[in-house]
Design a protein around this ligand. Structure first.
Ligand code: AKG
Length: 292
């Protein structure tokens, strides 16, 4: 529902906890976040979906849209991740990249400007609502690929942030995220997808998104091998090796949430600039028990 209302989960939780608004105030806050851009058609789609009705893709008919190829789908099944080439156009990627530099007050050609710590020592960029980021969330190829992986089109795209991972320096060591899961490791293991769009080319050593390919197929077996009393995520960080995934400007890496993943240190010359987004259906199976 939050995705359908185009609000970010964290900003919503913060607002609710800090302001404890009335229902009317909450409604007004949602309108304000959307700056008049939440149209009646979108709200109607959301209401119908929540009432259990059938709804199509947010971006219209996907029949003529090229999505993942047969080979991509085979790769997905085997490795649990796939690179959606040209998920957005290079021009759209560059506009979003520029929006992130502007938001951070940085100059893409001035390395000295890349290390302002106004947002702390982190690769996350809390820019949620720039026009260029919003346009990328409506990219037909992204909706098509996710419809193929989920096997349905009633998808909702999360309002997620950007990312900026500059080359490491003595005073700016890579802050993480290191290898982790965002998912519960309790069974049953369900499908969920996570994604990152590269807004400029990313080489393997340029702070690339990294994961342990194929781990979604061996997780159950691997969990049995974790010694009693040992923290699973710590054990995974000590014993597993991630593969960095290089890709081009405008490509999107989509991964199964059961793959251990993280970012990586940038040992190249240029920052890695990205936009995160996930697409999920109205209702899907998930495991209530949280185990990490
Ligand atoms: O930015 C990256 O490469 C990794 C992102 C990540 O770890 C996450 O979204 O959970």
């Amino acid at each position: 529902m939050l995705a359908g209302l185009r609000i970010n989960v964290l900003e919503t939780l913060r607002y609710l906890h800090h302001q404890q608004p009335s229902y009317t105030q909450f409604e007004a806050w949602i309108w304000e976040r959307n700056d008049g851009e939440l149209k009646e058609g979108s709200l109607d789609r959301l209401r119908r979906a929540l009432a259990g009705g059938a709804v199509g893709a947010e971006v219209g008919n996907l029949d003529g849209v090229e999505g993942l190829s047969e080979d991509d789908l085979v790769h997905w099944d085997e490795h649990g991740y796939v690179i959606l080439r040209n998920a957005i156009t290079p021009e759209a990627a560059e506009l979003a990249e520029t929006a992130i530099y502007d938001f951070l007050g940085m100059d893409r050609n001035d390395p000295e400007s890349w290390y302002r710590q106004s947002l702390g020592h982190s690769i996350w960029v809390p820019l949620l609502r720039h026009r260029a980021l919003a346009a990328n969330r409506r990219a037909p190829r992204i909706h098509k690929a996710h419809a193929q992986l989920w096997g349905r089109e009633d998808l909702w795209v999360t309002i997620d942030q950007g990312g900026f991972n500059p080359p490491e320096r003595k005073d700016w060591p890579f802050p993480g995220p290191h290898l982790h899961w965002d998912a519960t490791l309790a069974e049953p293991h369900c499908l969920e997808l996570q994604g990152i769009v590269y807004l400029a080319d990313v080489d393997e050593d340029q702070g690339a998104f990294s994961c342990v390919p194929g781990f979604h197929r061996t997780l159950t077996q691997w969990l049995k091998s974790v010694p009693e009393g040992v923290n699973v995520q710590d054990h995974a960080r000590r014993t597993l090796t991630m593969k960095p995934i290089a890709a081009k400007r405008g490509d999107m890496v989509i991964w199964h949430h059961l793959l251990p993943h993280g970012s990586s240190p940038n040992r190249a010359q240029r920052p890695r600039v990205v936009q995160y987004m996930s697409l999920r259906p109205t209702r899907f199976s998930y495991t209530r028990e949280w185990k990490s």
